[in-house]
Design a protein around this ligand. Structure first.
Ligand code: HEC
Length: 481
């Protein structure tokens, strides 16, 4: 039942019945076939002039369930049952739904609606939080951020660059000689992680889309690869391969590559690989996709890996049945491994990863396919693990991190999670192996790709669209109900 907490959105969303604004007239919006459809099917809830009524405005640029045309299309076609948005898959054709999406977007344009600015301050339950626009220019699809020390951070950009930030200043040049990546779709330079003994050994780990054909070839086959290296004189040096998948697992799809990396308390490196769109392969421990892997930092296999002998699975596999995990965090005191996983339409998950366990994809899921087909009737299945928490609809859960530091003491060891599609930063309160509360802290500022802390505990939120990094600091303690 914990997952139902997300449904507090209903309270935020469905305000009291409002009388339609008298000033607004239908003439504000050019008549069209789509307008007729809108008036017939939508106006009674979203208002004749689109400015809201029983349900929210369509023209304030604030979207709760995703702002892309694809999000709007799916929300209209399949509805959002949790909040009372009906589905129109039998009442309207796909073409009509597309016309409605265009109609809504055109109405926004005509009214000159801009998305709300990123706030300067957030009011959360325990703190007033100052929001500093830490890096606003010079980044392209920033994917991952990590601190080397209290002054220096590294940021990956998906197109294939590794950047350095010193004292809040983005170095204008990318680090030279980082690996050649295939940057297309969801592939590119993805995660960056720092060795737990970095101060002694200088190792930095990168995960990326590696091609075995010419990267320029549109059909180049690609797969996740993990390397480590050092940064010296602004160049990537000493590179070693930590993980490379067998050549036969490389495919020309550009989706579901994962990937996040994290070190467990024994110093082993965990990393995720998405199912690469081949969902059934997530159940095959011999295939690298749809898995979490666990290796020693030099790539060798820990003896106690569940398939260490290679007989019943790949030696590096740690868990299987994972669709596409893009968040991985190790609890600072318990060492328990938490992962966030993109579900299909509905069914984003938070999982606790345990050696050799099957997380069920695609045999059990709380979601359905993006085209509306049922992937499985099973919400639960014997022999597969249940998520600790799931979101229906999906927030497009991405980077995650346990809060540590002194800036926000009341958030100690809370799990911060980002959502791409729903543009959210959430704080999950974790007790033992459960999530007992969640707070929506930031909404509609951009797609939240990653969340990190610096050594002092300031929180960094890596956004895409806009490609901005926010820094959150304590502007005063409070207690709100
Ligand atoms: C019975 C009332 C009702 C009708 C009719 C209805 N909606 Fe909705 N719709 C809702 C509610 C409730 C929500 C959830 C947000 C909210 O609380 O306002 C919603 C949400 C949405 C969203 C997602 C908004 C977001 O913030 O992400 C879209 C898009 C949408 N509706 C479009 C439409 C369109 C287009 C039609 C007509 C084809 C339509 N709706 C008809 C009640 C309705």
């Amino acid at each position: 039942m914990l997952s139902r907490v997300t449904h507090c959105l209903v309270v935020l969303a469905t305000g009291p019945m409002t009388v339609l604004s008298a000033q607004a007239t239908e003439n504000d919006i050019a008549p069209s076939n789509a307008n007729a459809l809108y008036q017939k099917h939508c106006a009674k809830c979203h208002g004749k002039d689109l400015t809201g009524g029983n349900a929210q405005s369509m023209v304030d640029a604030a979207w709760q369930f995703g702002r892309t045309d694809g999000d709007l299309f799916r929300n209209i076609k399949f509805g959002i049952s949790a909040v009372g948005m009906p589905d129109y898959q039998s009442a309207l054709t796909d073409t009509q739904i597309r016309e409605l999406v265009d109609f809504i977007k055109d109405a926004q344009d005509q009214l000159g609606v801009e998305r709300p600015p990123i706030p300067d301050e957030l009011q959360t339950r325990h703190y007033d939080v100052a929001v500093d626009k830490w890096i606003t220019e010079g980044l392209e699809v920033p994917w991952s951020l990590v601190f080397l020390d209290d002054r220096t951070a590294l940021i990956t950009e998906r197109p294939g660059r590794l950047r350095v930030v010193i004292d809040g200043q983005l170095h204008p040049e990318a680090i030279r000689d980082t690996p050649q990546v295939l940057a297309d779709g969801q592939c590119g330079l993805l995660d960056v992680a720092v060795d737990p003994s970095y101060a002694d050994n200088g190792w930095i780990y990168l995960s990326y889309g590696h091609a075995i054909d010419d990267e320029q070839d549109r059909d180049a086959r690609v797969m996740l690869r993990v390397v480590r290296g050092r940064v010296r004189d602004h160049a990537w040096v000493d590179q070693q391969t930590v993980f490379e998948a067998p050549a036969k697992s490389y495919t020309n799809t550009r989706i579901h590559l994962g990937s996040r990396m994290a070190f467990d308390h024994e110093g082993r490196l965990l990393f995720t690989i998405g199912d690469r769109g081949a969902m059934d392969e997530a159940q095959d421990p011999h295939k690298p996709n749809g898995k979490t892997h666990r290796v020693w930092p030099d790539g060798t296999i820990p003896d106690d890996n569940p398939f260490a002998d290679g007989e019943h699975g790949m030696p590096s596999v740690f868990t299987y049945g994972n669709r596409n995990s893009q968040g991985l965090a190790v609890h600072p005191t318990t060492g328990v491994i938490w992962a966030t996983e993109h579900g299909p339409m509905g069914g984003d998950e938070v999982n606790i990863l345990r050696s050799g366990k099957n997380y069920g994809w695609p045999l059990a899921s709380y979601g359905i396919d993006y085209n509306g087909t049922i992937i499985t009737e099973n919400l639960q299945l014997d022999g597969t693990e249940q998520p600790v928490l799931y979101w229906v609809p999906s927030i497009a859960v991405c980077g995650t991190r346990f809060y540590t530091g002194d800036e926000f003491p009341r958030w100690e060891h809370n799990l911060l999670v980002g959502g791409l599609g729903h543009e959210e930063l959430r704080r999950l309160v974790v007790a033992d192996d459960r999530v007992i509360h969640q707070e929506l802290m930031l909404k509609n500022a951009g797609r939240v790709r990653d969340v990190q802390c610096d050594p002092s505990g300031a929180v960094y939120v890596v956004l895409n669209k806009p490609d901005v990094v926010l820094k959150l600091t304590n502007a005063g303690q409070t207690l709100r109900q």
